[in-house]
Design a protein around this ligand. Structure first.
Ligand SMILES: [Zn+2]
Length: 381
């Protein structure tokens, strides 16, 4: 039923249409046209001002022909850069870009799979429940589309995101994440003539980073310093440094502890330096902690998990429940009371110029989605 050649053709067409975050408009119009041809009603939400994109999120509704609760299918339309002029190449069953760009299988493979499944439902006249396809913008720059999605357009209370790698896996656990920004202020001075008058902000930041827990802290907690910016010239004692990092954990208490430890590392270094200098005004520190996304955990007995596992079983496959260290739109849906399991499309080496996808994996994912919809239509979970 899934037509491999058609699926590949759809994917390649989508891959050729550039859609960096905030510039998904062109791709959105192309997809909306395809969805309408398949009998869907397509609405664009009003998230443009909040995300800064040239399009809102798309919510496409496909009427069911049996009375069961609607099911949500989700993918994101944006890709990371460089993504202009993508020339997808199919060789030995694997699609790659020509080498100068990413491929955009993250997440256009998902969109192609959803379109293929909808096509099959229609041409085979299959029994299926009502579907709501939610295609978001700006996922790659902080899940912005999903965060600003007009949830009034979504009535489904469960579903699947297609935004992971392994077509034999279902991601059921993702962490919470905090973003941290620090601004360390010292005192500028001529590095040769009057270094005594300076307070070196780079040295302070380095000392603070030295005391910050980094890397994998335990099985469910990670921490990173990812950006450092500061200094003016080699002959100036640097007056200011900006440091940014993040912490993630599947456990909120651990996340709070590591976040506090990072803040304390910077705070302590600045305090100690003030005491040493006998000053109350310098050095100084500003910091900001922002919630990036909140964890999602689907229990083994969750209807979404049972549905996916049972559908895989009908195909003679075994789907493994997986934990990820990354966040996705699924985190946001979960927070909005919509449990969403994340299926793998086969995308590999995403966010690199080596990105690729095996056609067979895309087909496997499409077959699984079709089996899920078939099982869902029977009301059997
Ligand atoms: Zn993605």
């Amino acid at each position: 039923m899934i037509q491999e050649a058609r699926l590949v053709e759809t994917f390649m067409a989508l891959a050729r249409t550039a859609s960096p975050s905030r510039q998904e408009g062109h791709l959105a119009r192309e997809i909306a046209g395809r969805l309408q041809t398949l009998g869907a009603t397509v609405e664009e939400d009003n998230s443009r001002p909040a995300t800064g994109s040239d399009t809102g999120n798309l919510v496409a509704r496909i009427q069911g022909n049996t009375a069961v609760a609607p099911l949500l299918l989700n993918a994101h339309m944006d890709t990371v850069e460089p993504c202009r002029g993508v020339q997808p190449v199919l060789q030995a069953g694997v699609i790659t870009a020509s080498g100068d760009t990413i491929l955009g299988a993250d997440d256009k493979s998902a969109i192609a799979i959803i379109l293929e499944v909808l096509t099959v439902l229609r041409e085979e006249g299959l029994t299926h429940g009502p579907l709501e396809v939610v295609l978001t913008t700006c996922e790659e720059i902080g899940l912005l589309g999903a965060k600003h999605l007009d949830t009034r357009l979504v009535t489904a209370r469960a579903g699947f995101a297609l935004d992971a790698r392994d077509p034999e896996g279902l991601v059921t656990r993702a962490p919470s994440a905090n973003r941290l920004h620090f601004r360390v202020r010292g005192q500028d001075a001529h590095a040769g003539a009057a270094p005594e008058e300076g307070i070196n902000a780079i040295a302070l930041a380095a000392a603070a980073i030295q005391r910050t827990p980094l890397g994998r802290l335990d099985a469910e907690t990670t921490c990173n310093i990812g950006i450092i910016r500061g200094g003016l010239a080699t002959n100036i004692v640097p007056p200011e440094v900006e440091v940014a990092g993040e912490a993630r954990s599947h456990d909120e208490a651990k996340l709070e502890a590591v976040t506090n430890a990072m803040v304390a590392a910077f705070g302590d270094v600045v305090e100690e330096q003030r005491a040493l200098l006998g000053r109350s005004d310098a050095p100084s520190l500003e910091h900001r902690v922002e919630r990036d996304f909140t964890r999602f955990h689907l229990a083994d007995g969750d209807p979404v998990v049972r549905l996916a596992l049972k559908a895989a079983g009908k195909l003679g496959r075994e789907l493994r429940c997986k934990t990820t260290g990354g966040g996705s739109d699924a985190n946001v849906f979960f927070q909005n009371g919509i449990p969403v399991g994340v299926l793998g499309t086969g995308m590999r080496d995403v966010h690199t110029l080596r990105e690729s996808i095996a056609v067979a994996d895309m087909v496997r994912c499409a077959e699984l989605v079709l089996a899920i919809l078939d099982l869902h239509a029977t009301g059997n979970q």
